[in-house]
Structures are given as structure tokens and as C-alpha cells.
Design a protein around this ligand. Sequence first.
Ligand code: SAM
Length: 176
Amino acid sequence: MYIPAEDSYLLAEAVKEYSGKRALEIGVGSGIVLEELQKNFELVVGTDIQLQSLGYARLNIRSRNILTICCNMSAPIRTKFDLIVSNPPYLPNLSTKIQKDLPVDGGLTGIEWSIKFLELTLPKLEPTGKILLLLSSFSNIEKLNHFVQKLKFAKKEVNQRKLFYETIKVFELSRI
Ligand SMILES: C[S@@+](CC[C@H](N)C(=O)[O-])C[C@H]1O[C@@H](n2cnc3c(N)ncnc32)[C@H](O)[C@@H]1O
């Protein structure tokens, strides 16, 4: 279970600037970002691979316009969304352990989880929709840049916070 931290609050702050019909959050953790999204969207869907996280998030969710699904990223979802957000597992994992730390393990260079998320989830974005993705100075953002350019998406930074040991940033991605 992911206890809300600086990264959770930064993404929750960023989503306040967006509104529309449908929003999707991948990796809801405690649900604090969902709570913010439901203020400006008619329907909000949140997924998490950990059932325990969703159980915890549901305890905090008071709104009727939030649906939660336990699944891998956006795999079973067929609807399109105006906004798709994620504070993903973003730390590099060089360990050989088979058991992953699901909330933080972003793959070998910390960006592989996010690239997989984009491959699976971009088809579920409305043509004028936007993605918000939180990343850290520890993540391989160069690798993401190449991927985004190939897709012909624009990427811009919308907010950031310097922490003692890293800088976290929220990026907005949209079709050019
Ligand atoms: C860094 S935490 C962020 C939690 C919350 N959104 C926040 O900002 O506090 C990442 C979340 O992604 C979830 N997660 C990891 N792999 C996932 C996957 N393949 N599909 C869906 N959720 C996943 C984890 O269980 C965790 O709750």
C-alpha cells in the first residue's frame, strides 16, 4: 500500500487545472488523486494492481462518480478519456530480486513501466485528451523523450518540486 507522499500531493495539485467528462488514474494507491479528479470530471475511473490498495482507497472515497478496478494498468478498459493520469512506479531497479516492489519499481532505468503504460493506455485517450505523468530525476526521462517523439506527441512540464534527494516533475503529453 502506498502512503501519500510529496509525489502524490504534486500530482493531486496538477490535476486541479483540468476538467472534462471522463478521467482515468492508473495506480490509485490511497486514492487522493481520484478525490481531486472527481471535482472536475463527470466520471472518474481508477485502477490498481494491488487489491489491498483499492480496499484502502475505497474507505476514503465518498463520491459516487468514482469507479475502481483491480487490474494491470488499463488492460480491461474500452472507454476513451479526456484525461489520463499516473504517479507511476518510477525508481530504477537494478536488483535481481524476483519479487518486485510494486509501488516504486519502474523497471531497469525507472521508465520502462511508464513506457508500457503509454503503449497500453494511449489508445484510450480521446483525440484532444491529455496525459499527466509524474516522474523523478532518477527516472530515465531521455528514453521517454525518444518514445514520445516517435509517437508524435508533445511533452511539457506543468509543475515540479525539489526534494532533498530528487526532483519530481509532472509532464503533460498531448497529440501534436
Ligand atoms: C507511486 S504509487 C502512487 C499511488 C497514488 N496514485 C499516489 O499518488 O499516492 C504507484 C501505484 O501504482 C500501482 N501499480 C503498480 N503496478 C501497477 C500496474 N501494473 N497496474 C496498476 N497499478 C499498478 C501500485 O500498487 C501503487 O499503488
